[in-house]
Every structure is written in structure tokens, then in C-alpha cells.
Design a protein around this ligand. Structure first.
Ligand SMILES: [Zn+2]
Length: 60
């Protein structure tokens, strides 16, 4: 696994992480600090889990 690859939160394609891990850059124009990128992805995962929990509640 290549640690210097990231998934773009905008277009879901592969984004590049700069060698010094300072920024994430994507061809679609998305560019962000690596820390901010991680926060974004974390938020996405949390909201996905939240949605799953809400939708799955009836079945429990
Ligand atoms: Zn992108």
C-alpha cells in the first residue's frame, strides 16, 4: 500500500499527497492541507456510520 495516495473527497478519484505530507492535490482542482483532508475524510466516515446506524435502527 502506497501511503502517498489519497482519495479525493470531491471527485472520489485518486489524489496525490505531496512528499512532505503537507498537502493533498487532485486533478479536479481540489487541494487542501493534509490535516484538513484527514478531517474531511473523518467527517465523511462518521456521517456514513451515522446514516447506517439511523437506517439500521428498525432492524435491531
Ligand atoms: Zn478530485
Amino acid at each position: 500500500m502506497n501511503m502517498l495516495e489519497a482519495k479525493c473527497p470531491i471527485c472520489n478519484k485518486r489524489a496525490r499527497v505531496l512528499d512532505d505530507m503537507s498537502r493533498v492535490v487532485c486533478d479536479c482542482g481540489y487541494e487542501d492541507e493534509y490535516d484538513a483532508y484527514l478531517e474531511k475524510m473523518k467527517d465523511r466516515i462518521y456521517s456514513m456510520v451515522e446514516e447506517f446506524m439511523l437506517n439500521g435502527q428498525d432492524k435491531i
